[in-house]
Design a protein around this ligand. Structure first.
Ligand SMILES: Cc1ncc(C[n+]2csc(CCOP(=O)(O)OP(=O)(O)O)c2C)c(N)n1
Length: 514
């Protein structure tokens, strides 16, 4: 057994069984050790942003970490944006970052960099092995750290000599810390204040949107208290039979007008809401003036149990408020636009589907249309770094064979990590990729006005348009092994989406929208 074997054995002993990888020379021992441990599923990703996004999607669905395999600082750097999204989703992930052999570091070879510094800012835990014998123990530590609470990416730096030298031990079972219980006095105080408030709301953070928390929140909503979630949620069960909270609006002024008159905001596993960006003369903090904020549970605490206790303290009914099944009456027709696509998605999205959403301005129509659809899970863009729609779908599909995955992407967003299409084909994952081909960074056209930057001239417009040359998604997908179709009418999309939901395997639909 060498250090790489010890690492992989420790992963398997701790139920870490998927590895999203883009290897290099320093990771060759890890690659070769995979041949000796068939329980680890290696998934090749042709860009590290696909590997890290896939690990995020996997963790959100499986509720346990996958590992990534990344090549020194540059490999980690390529994967950073989707690790940033994972950090905001609190997803457990273990990054294995290969490094030069310990004795080679002093020579500052071309691929050398300060990996601990590069990874540190975005990791809940970062350590480098110094000896092969400690690799297993460090792996167990990393797994434990990735679970939090709250969860996140732990980064284990693996020097090549620690991987290739003999190792005498694998690591132990990882220690998982439980969420702390919220004390009864805090729950009682929240109940008293909610009863006394004229217009209270409860705001759920991304880690307080699991099944138990949502059911408890749905009970509280049945007493007349409005429940909202943060704008982007890592994983939210939606559709028929589920409680459907509102969500904080994306644009600050809309959020504040939506919250007008609110005098109490109870925070559950989140912090005070703030605007995504600052704008001249607009507020950063999205708490109405005069509104009191009250923390019920922090992210380290058990918000679901606290909500349950709060529901009891408020005398809420046992049954949560829930959505009925309400599907569209008929097929959409005419010009293709996000609203028509929403109708088709709601018509055919099967029960148990997973939606990976990176659809930017096209998304709201699909979110609205599927609110009363068949039960499904929605994976949102928690960190605002676009380019996760295809990678997160890769990981979700690996985590949940047998569930249909739909990946919704702006055409701008999709181009960050289009390499993920190849992994969909290679692994024959049951993922339908929809690309909203509006041939522009539409949101940035809106933001140009909102930031007071004025109307775009020729130069500014050239940084927002994707139309020249127009991206041919069907050819791109074909080149990467995924069959694709271009749809220009509502009827064509409806038919293509129906087929994609009925047949297994990867598919791409280029939806030409305004
Ligand atoms: C990693 C990263 N780079 C850049 C941005 C800035 N950004 C936000 S939205 C956007 C364009 C989105 O365009 P598209 O996906 O086509 O969606 P549309 O706005 O047209 O709906 C860009 C570049 C970002 N959020 N994240």
């Amino acid at each position: 057994m060498n250090g790489a074997d010890a690492l992989i054995e420790t992963f398997i002993d701790n139920d870490v069984t998927a590895c999203f990888a883009n290897p290099g020379t320093s990771e060759m021992q890890f690659v070769s050790a995979l041949d000796r441990q068939p329980k680890m599923r290696p998934v090749l990703c042709l860009f590290e942003g696909v590997a890290t996004g896939a690990a995020d999607g996997y963790g959100r669905i499986a509720g346990k970490p996958a590992c990534t395999l990344l090549h020194l600082g540059p490999g980690y750097g390529n994967g950073l944006a989707n690790l940033h999204n994972a950090r905001r989703a609190f997803t457990p992930i273990v990054n294995v970052i290969g490094d030069h052999a310990t004795y080679h570091r002093q020579y500052d070879a071309p691929l050398a960099s300060d990996i601990a510094a590069i990874a540190g800012a975005n990791s809940v835990w970062v350590k480098s092995a110094q000896r092969p014998d400690e690799v297993g123990a460090l792996a167990a530590e990393a797994i434990g750290a990735s679970y939090g609470p709250p969860g996140g990416a732990a980064s284990l730096i693996l020097p090549a000599d620690c991987a290739w030298s003999p190792a005498n031990a694998t690591g132990p079972k990882a220690v998982r810390r439980a969420k702390a219980a919220v004390d009864g006095a805090t729950v009682d105080a929240a109940a008293r204040k909610l009863k006394a408030a004229a217009k209270p709301v409860i705001l759920l953070g991304t880690t307080a949107c699991g099944e138990a928390a949502m059911a408890a929140a749905g009970r509280i909503a049945a007493t007349g208290v409005r429940v909202l979630t943060d704008t982007f949620i890592a994983r939210q069960g939606r559709g028929a039979g589920r409680f459907a909270p509102d969500r904080m609006m994306y644009f600050g002024e809309m959020a504040l007008s939506d919250l007008a008159g609110v005098d109490l905001m109870v925070l559950v596993e989140t912090t005070q809401p703030v605007a995504f960006f600052a704008y001249p003369d607009r507020p950063s903090v999205l708490v109405p003036e005069g509104c009191e904020t009250l923390g019920l549970a922090s992210r380290e605490e058990d918000g679901a149990a606290a909500l349950e206790a709060l529901a009891d303290a408020l005398g809420a009914p046992k049954a949560p408020e829930a959505q009925p099944l309400n599907l569209p009456d008929g097929a959409p027709s005419g010009p293709l636009n996000p609203a028509a696509i929403g109708v088709s998605v709601a018509r055919y999205l099967p029960e148990g589907a997973i939606v990976s959403d990176d659809s930017v301005t096209s998304g709201q129509s699909i979110i609205n249309a599927t609110r009363s659809g068949r039960p499904h899970d929605w994976l949102g863009l928690t960190g605002g770094a676009i380019g996760q729609g295809i990678p997160v779908a890769v990981g979700a599909a690996v985590a949940a064979p047998g569930r249909k995955v739909v990946s919704l992407n702006g055409d701008g967003a999709g181009m960050y990590t289009a390499q993920g299409l190849w992994t969909l084909a290679r692994e024959q994952l049951d993922v339908t990729v929809v690309v909203f081909a509006n041939h522009t960074y539409r949101i940035l056209g809106i933001e140009l006005g909102r930031t007071g930057a004025g109307a775009p001239g020729l130069a500014a417009g050239s940084l927002l348009s994707l139309g020249d040359p127009a991206i041919d998604w069907v050819s791109l997908a074909k080149g990467l092994g995924v069959p694709g179709r271009r749809c220009e009418t509502a009827e064509a999309f409806d038919a293509a989406f129906a087929t994609a939901m009925a047949e297994p395997g990867p598919k791409l639909i280029e939806a030409v929208v305004p």
